[in-house]
Design a protein around this ligand. Structure first.
Ligand code: URA
Length: 231
């Protein structure tokens, strides 16, 4: 609630109390979990502030907080926030699009736990012409080396017959490593470009590559609600 210097002034002025007793000794210690610290008799809220950021990740950034082997990491793009932010789940270094960063470990756990099944939508630009039969295979389940994929939604949103490129919009509820790329490889259409466009009820909207915004409380609650309902 105040800088160290300001806090010392408050303490010296006799305005700070611990469990109702005024403390004027600078450097006195109190455990915020088991005591009530008050200024002018008003309890101070010392719970850490939770922060949720939605970033449009560009290609070439690793989705970890720190990685000595990575040239660039996603948190480098979110400047001016003191709290240590961690990415919620992962996007491959070559994948672009929507990723949430937060300091709320409980939220992150709920968003990534397989039992909660949050839907994630990707726009996959792939080589060749994807057929209806291949879309059906993507949606019913594809055998990968770590097992069959859960039902998904896959539609062909564009086809460029000159360049021999298809755009597939695919929504999956799992989060296996390189899952979309491996699903596309399994139907012999390798991914040229992969972008995550939606996560739960969130979409990348107008955020340009590298831009970010805070999530609203409503958005956070909606996602938590979604996680508590999907099993
Ligand atoms: N699937 C992938 O193949 N890569 C990602 O980054 C996310 C989903």
């Amino acid at each position: 609630m105040a800088s160290r210097r300001e806090a010392e002034k408050l303490i010296s002025a006799g305005r700070v109390s611990v469990n109702g007793r005024v403390i004027m000794e600078l450097g006195a210690k109190a455990d915020p979990d088991s005591t009530t610290i008050a200024v002018d008799g008003k309890p101070v809220d010392l719970r850490p502030k939770t922060i949720y950021v939605l970033l449009n990740k560009p290609k070439g950034y690793t989705s970890t907080r720190r990685d000595p082997h990575a040239a660039r990491v996603v948190v480098d793009l979110v400047k001016g926030i003191e709290a240590p932010l961690y990415p919620v789940g992962r996007l491959d270094v070559d994948t672009e699009g929507l990723i949430i960063l937060t300091n709320d470990g409980d939220f992150s756990f709920k968003m990534t736990h397989p039992k909660h099944n949050i839907p994630k939508t990707y726009r996959a630009e792939v080589r060749g012409k994807v057929t209806q039969e291949e879309l059906r295979r993507l949606s019913t389940g594809i055998m990968l080396n770590d097992g069959i994929t859960a039902p998904a939604r896959a539609i062909l949103s564009a086809l460029n017959t000159v360049r021999q490129v298809s755009i597939v919009e695919i929504t999956i509820r799992e989060g296996r490593k390189r899952q979309v790329r491996r699903m596309m490889d399994a139907i012999n259409h390798s991914v040229i470009k992969l972008t995550r466009t939606r996560f739960g009820n969130l979409s990348i909207g107008r955020l340009k590559s590298g831009e970010w915004r805070f999530l609203t409380q409503k958005e956070v609650h909606f996602l938590l609600d979604m996680a508590s309902k999907t099993k």
